[in-house]
Design a protein around this ligand. Structure first.
Ligand SMILES: NC(=O)c1ccc[n+]([C@@H]2O[C@H](COP(=O)([O-])OP(=O)(O)OC[C@H]3O[C@@H](n4cnc5c(N)ncnc54)[C@H](OP(=O)(O)O)[C@@H]3O)[C@@H](O)[C@H]2O)c1
Length: 232
């Protein structure tokens, strides 16, 4: 059974579902799709334990990820996370998952690609067999994320909402390019130590400001926050 969820902010509510909390109107953008980043972190800021995020989450956290995935038109993930977490096809037929890679070293034999839901975002120089997978080419020898995002309509004509699911290096590149409109961050109630990465890695030092849209907590002590980029 999932631990009971309550809303602390903006208005306290004792019984709330993940769907009620996250299926909300998102500010439409005209220049590009809205991009939300969904992550779970320990209290000491690590996003992995033993090399994966699985040990940090709980049932409500998984439901947040899957609910946001349902709401999104496209999911984006870094190649490191796709490889390390064994990304498979999404539950909803037709939903596309884009794997961001510089090298093109992505296993096309996995179910993600065999199902037709996987596609790649890669630079022009990456050696990829395009008869086996759809590729958005953006950038010369490194992915130009802004250019890649601008071409997502090639895989989903009506793309308005993109869910990014990490990992930290992809997040760092999204942050540098100012491509994060929403952060859905779960705090796992544990200190894990170690050398796991933080939410973003490799981003240029920057200062992007966000507003707290909601704060939820469950009976396991998990805290669920939703942050929206402050309008400039
Ligand atoms: N807690 C969470 O919510 C959460 C979520 C996701 C991941 N994680 C954890 O994060 C760790 C993986 O972190 P990571 O930083 O190595 O993963 P990552 O960002 O998923 O992957 C890094 C790889 O993705 C490609 N890539 C990422 N950003 C790119 C960009 N801007 N342009 C082109 N290619 C890009 C490159 O692939 P190529 O090598 O193919 O060029 C790069 O080597 C794992 O431990 C995972 O469990 C945690």
């Amino acid at each position: 059974m999932k631990p009971a969820l309550r809303r602390l902010l903006p208005s306290p509510a004792t019984a709330i579902t993940v769907s009620e909390a996250y299926d909300v109107q998102r500010r439409p953008r005209v220049d590009r799709p809205w991009i939300g980043l969904c992550m779970v972190a320990s209290l000491d800021g690590s996003v992995s334990v033993d090399g994966t995020s699985g040990g940090l989450g709980n049932a409500n956290d998984l439901e947040v990820l899957l609910t946001l995935r349902e709401l999104a038109d496209i999911v984006l993930v870094g190649a490191g996370t796709a490889r390390g977490e064994g990304y498979g096809p999404p539950r909803t037929p037709g939903k596309r998952i884009g794997v961001v890679t510089n090298s093109g070293g992505v296993d096309l034999e996995t179910d993600l690609f065999a199902s037709g839901s996987g596609f790649l975002i890669a630079p022009r120089t990456a050696d990829i067999d395009e008869t086996r997978v759809q590729v958005i080419r953006a950038g010369d020898d490194r992915v130009d994320l802004a250019a890649g995002v601008a071409r997502l309509h090639e895989v989903c004509a009506s793309v308005q909402y993109v869910q990014a699911e990490g990992g930290p290096r992809l997040n760092g590149a999204l942050l540098t390019a100012d491509l994060i409109d929403e952060l859905d961050l779960t705090w796992s109630p544990r200190l894990v130590g170690g050398y796991g990465p933080r939410l973003t890695t490799g981003a240029a030092e920057t200062d992007r400001s966000f507003e707290l849209a909601h704060l939820l907590a469950d009976d396991d002590g998990f805290v669920f926050s939703r942050w929206v980029r402050r309008a400039c």
